[in-house]
Write a new protein. Structure first.
Length: 432
């Protein structure tokens, strides 16, 4: 009855979690009557139902099969319904819907990333535009600054001779102290000083420092911080689907391993074309499971897994549930593939004990994979949140650094420059 309890739990979560992925077109399978389902009573017919309704039908047939089997009645109709729909026909449709959900989520992340990169690009080019504008204004300020000093020099130098003559005359006639002609000659000398301010270089040095800090944030965000978040968000549904696929495929492997060489297979389902030849179904199942196992070893998958989860999948188990689980679920799955190939070989001498152990092992492995799925769900979510927290921390740190730099250095500096300009204006007003 454990499987029935799992299905009841699944039925409760389908509608509860619907809003989280209802933005995807393929989510319509939850409520819309679009999933094909084979029914066999009173006559074989292909019907369409929602995922929620199908789960309820599977629960009903599962409970009926268990009760009838216990009473040694004819459970074949219920068994036929479950095999054809849960392992082949409806299963394949739902599997394609899951793949569509992953693609939908990937497209959504791509759209979000485009928006984020666009905002970052706008922010960066805004800084560049403001910098270019500041350069223009600084050049204009420097020009006016030089003009002001040239005006002051012109005004002061134009009265230079009159002023020096008056001073010399007073020294000679009143104070009787100026007797040296050399001093007179030196007093009349005008030193020409080239007036050229260094405002542009000084301002550009300070602005460049600010620009480098601001640009480094955008560079770090665009090329390092956000790409890590983006790739992890894209791979999270793939990691979760890996465990879903592996668990469900093991059920198919167990069934088709038993029946792929059974000559009575098609006799069990004479009124339905929903099933492929069992050998073809077995080969497809093995191929799909092997490709699924290859994915979990990819770097982007491993990045979303905690050390505990990696140990469960690949590591040496200190107290394994079963001996074949000693080296983790990854190698246990490969072991079951070898066992399935041995049992399914028409020439093999696999006895009832070997077959029983095979069923017991893949059932135990499914329970482990279910646990690993929940670990992967939590691990990947926590990993992405940690990456987002790092992104937020760096953003906050840069923002505080730039604000501190402005109010602690640039604002006082600009304030002192304003005071200097005010003094220059006052001086110009005096000598006009």
């Amino acid at each position: 009855m454990e499987g029935v309890e799992d299905m009841n739990y699944l039925k409760g979560t389908i509608l509860a979690d619907y809003d989280q992925w209802s933005y995807c077109e393929s989510s319509e399978i939850v409520k819309e009557q679009i999933i094909p389902l084979w029914a066999f009573e009173p006559e074989p017919a292909l019907t369409k139902h929602s995922l929620y309704d199908i789960v309820q039908k599977i629960i009903n047939h599962g409970q009926s099969l268990i009760l009838i089997a216990k009473s040694k009645g004819d459970y074949i109709p219920d068994f036929k319904f479950l095999v054809i729909n849960c392992l082949t026909f409806t299963y394949n449709y739902v599997l394609r819907a899951l793949e569509s959900l992953v693609n939908c989520e990937t497209d959504r992340i791509n759209q979000m990333s485009q928006t984020i990169y666009a905002v970052m690009g706008i922010g960066y080019f805004s800084i560049v535009s403001c910098t270019l504008t500041l350069i223009y204004f600084i050049a204009c300020i420097e020009k006016r600054y030089d003009e002001a000093w040239r005006f002051i020099r012109k005004k002061t130098s134009s009265s230079y001779h009159d002023l020096t003559d008056s001073i010399i005359k007073r020294l000679e006639e009143v104070h009787k102290t100026l007797t040296s002609k050399t001093f007179k000659k030196k007093a009349r000398l005008k030193t020409k000083i080239s007036i050229k301010s260094k405002i542009f270089q000084r301002y550009m040095l300070k602005i460049s420092f600010f620009l480098v800090i601001a640009s480094s944030f955008y560079f770090l965000s665009i090329f390092f911080l956000y790409p890590k978040v983006e790739i992890n968000m894209k791979y999270r549904p793939l990691v979760l689907n890996h465990f879903v696929y592996k668990k469900s495929t093991l059920s198919r492997l167990g069934y088709f391993t038993r029946d792929k060489n059974d000559p009575r297979f098609l006799l069990h389902y004479p009124d339905s074309d929903a099933l492929h030849n069992p050998n073809i179904s077995y080969a497809n199942t093995v191929s799909f499971l092997k490709s699924t196992l290859k994915d979990i070893r990819k770097k982007n998958y491993l990045n979303l897994m905690s050390d505990d989860l990696k140990s469960s999948v690949f590591g040496l188990q200190s107290s394994p549930v079963n001996n074949f689980m000693k080296y983790g679920s990854f190698y246990a799955t490969n072991y079951l593939l070898l066992e399935a190939d041995y049992i399914g070989n028409p020439t093999s001498a696999a006895n009832i004990v070997v077959r029983y152990n095979f069923i017991k092992n893949y059932t135990a492995l499914q329970a482990i994979i279910e646990h690993e799925y929940h670990m992967a769900n939590n691990d990947s979510e926590n990993h992405i949140y940690n990456e987002l927290n790092i992104f937020a921390f760096v953003t906050l740190a840069y923002s505080l650094a730039l604000l501190s730099l402005y109010f602690g250095y640039y604002f006082p500096y600009l304030k002192s420059e304003v005071k200097m300009i005010d003094k220059l204006n006052n001086l110009m007003a005096v000598i006009k």
